[in-house]
Write a protein that binds this ligand. Structure first.
Ligand code: SF4
Length: 534
């Protein structure tokens, strides 16, 4: 590891006694962290298949991992409420936007969509690692660019495994009709990414983009979906975050979750890598403060969190007459609920079921019930005027701040305690590590069985062959270059060749795969190319 000095101020887990809060994460410009070296990133591998013989449940395996990473604490949600925060399932690498902070690889636009068999294999792997009720982010690129019937089949398959499918999209192609069909297939959440970093033509500010957000809100209104908005925060839009938080509060009847990501230097993005200016202005603490300002509530972001204390913050508010009231204002009480409700499974798709489950839990925990009643009664008395104005309606909204790491500045402890995985062909891996070496998982063949034959899909040509392609290389031209690659072409090159980073582990895996192929191909009369072998 490249050591840059002092302790980075990680929160320490409690050892009994009073329930402590995680130490507030220091602003990145104040942190002297220890970063993974290029060799360590290269050697970092996805988690192998869980050992079915270890007798552990997915949650118990997570507890083991989080304890080993020193992050087991009363505020910890993974290992308690869920086995993992969420798992990204990238069903396409193509996108119809070119965001300035994009995490995708430079080679993404040149790649064909992986076959449906490979997608379902990865869904099976998600289930094997994390079990039912896992949040599966159906994402990309933009997942709506995938063939419509395939997208629907993917959502349906996630649902059939007892997991929760969320669609992560920029919304351009997410029509009301498509969302309705996806709901029927079992979609539970839709997350719209809208912000200035996407450089949508004709929108000079976040305030201008509210027209897009309002249109998306209307598309989703009334559907059985939790609506989420994702916003990348950067120095250029930071000053608009309070107004944006206010916008989400105003639309809390549809918007359930507003997620803000601190812009980081990763992928093909052209921003994020510069400067002290960016990190001084935009860091988790300043973003949380901006949200509090906009929501006009002293929201606690540290009562409950998933993974490493420096990776994210989560706040939950009740909304009465468009005013937000911090629901996590007593972190000790929140953490007691977290501990006592660890084994309760809530099926958000069935509203009545949620209420029944909550009621059953409260009946079994009378002291919590008393605490809840007391707190609600106090709130109701204090806010009686607003309650009357709102005709007794109480809404809710969650705010989330996620703090991705720059690809060149990965902290081992945070990667070890990661709550946000990406499912690669070889297993789940921390999203931050994945973003640092995406091509290792993209420029590889996918093995599928069709017509009783083992075939290998080449993601660059989109063709199937019964031999493993020896070299998978992308040639980027002005047509398919995005992000940084576009800049390189503008700098004079005609074509840029991108191939997989040459790391020892990948080379070893390729050797093993080639050995398997040799055995496979001896049974074939001749090697032949199979065009999209449906
Ligand atoms: S993806 Fe990165 S920032 Fe997010 S939880 Fe994992 S290690 Fe932390």
């Amino acid at each position: 590891m490249t050591s840059l000095g002092i302790n980075n101020g990680h929160a320490l887990p409690s050892k009994g006694g009073a329930l402590p809060l995680p130490a507030p994460a220091p602003a990145p410009h104040l942190v002297n962290a220890t970063y993974l070296s290029a060799d360590e990133i290269s050697a970092w591998q996805p988690y192998p298949p869980p050992d079915a013989g270890d007798g552990l449940t997915p949650k118990q395996r997570t507890v083991k991992r989080i304890k080993a990473a020193g992050q087991w604490a009363p505020w910890q949600m993974i290992g308690r409420r869920m086995a993992i925060g969420c798992v990204a399932l990238e069903i396409t690498q193509r996108c119809n936007l070119d965001c300035s902070y994009c995490y995708l690889s430079e080679s993404s636009e040149a790649l064909k969509d992986i076959p449906l068999e490979e997608v379902t294999r990865r869904i099976d792997m998600i289930f094997a690692h994390y079990g039912p009720n896992t949040d599966v982010q159906v994402t990309g690129g933009d997942p709506t660019l995938r063939k419509r019937d395939e997208l629907i089949a993917i959502v349906r398959y996630v649902k059939s495994k007892g997991m929760r499918a969320s669609l992560f999209t920029n919304g351009i192609k997410a029509t009301r009709e498509l969302l309705s069909e996806l709901c029927e297939a079992g979609l539970e959440d839709v997350a719209f990414h809208v912000d200035k970093t996407q450089e949508r033509t004709g929108y000079a500010s976040e305030a201008d983009l509210n027209a897009v957000r309002e249109e998306y809100i209307e598309r989703a209104r009334g559907l059985p979906l939790a609506v989420i908005f994702n916003t990348t925060v950067c120095p250029d839009n930071f000053h608009e975050i309070p107004a944006l938080a206010k916008f989400f509060v105003r639309h809390h009847d549809v918007v359930r979750f507003a997620s803000f990501q601190v812009g980081a230097d990763m992928g093909r993005g052209v921003e994020g890598h510069d400067d002290a200016r960016g990190r001084m202005t935009v860091n988790p603490q300043t973003v949380m403060a901006a949200i509090r300002e906009g929501a006009q509530a002293n929201l606690h972001f540290d009562a409950a969190s998933a993974g490493h204390a420096q990776c994210n913050g989560y706040a939950f508010g009740l909304v009465i007459n468009n005013k937000v009231h911090d629901f996590f204002n007593d972190p000790v009480f929140v953490q007691a609920i977290l501990a006592s409700s660890a084994n309760i499974t809530i099926d958000r798709a069935k509203k009545a079921g949620v209420w029944c489950t909550a009621a059953g839990y409260l009946v079994r925990h009378p002291s919590t019930l008393l605490g809840v009643i007391t707190r609600f009664a106090k709130l109701a008395w204090r806010e009686r005027r607003d309650l009357i104005a709102a005709r007794g309606r109480v809404g809710k909204i969650s705010f989330f701040v996620h703090n991705f790491m720059d690809s060149a500045q990965l902290e081992k402890e945070r990667c070890d305690a990661c709550s946000f995985m990406v499912m690669t062909p070889d297993g789940p891996i921390s999203m931050c590590v994945h973003n640092a070496k995406r091509d290792n998982y993209l420029l590889v063949p996918a093995k599928v069985t069709r017509h009783n034959k083992i075939l290998y899909f080449n993601p660059v040509t989109g063709l199937f062959d019964d031999r493993i392609p020896q070299k998978i290389e992308v040639a980027l031209s002005r047509k398919n270059a995005r992000g940084r690659a576009k800049g390189k072409l503008d700098g004079g090159s005609d074509v840029i060749a991108v191939s997989r980073a040459d790391d020892a582990a990948t080379a070893a895996a390729a050797t093993a795969a080639t050995t398997t192929t040799a055995a496979t191909t001896t049974t074939a009369a001749e090697s032949r190319r199979v065009q999209a072998a449906e």
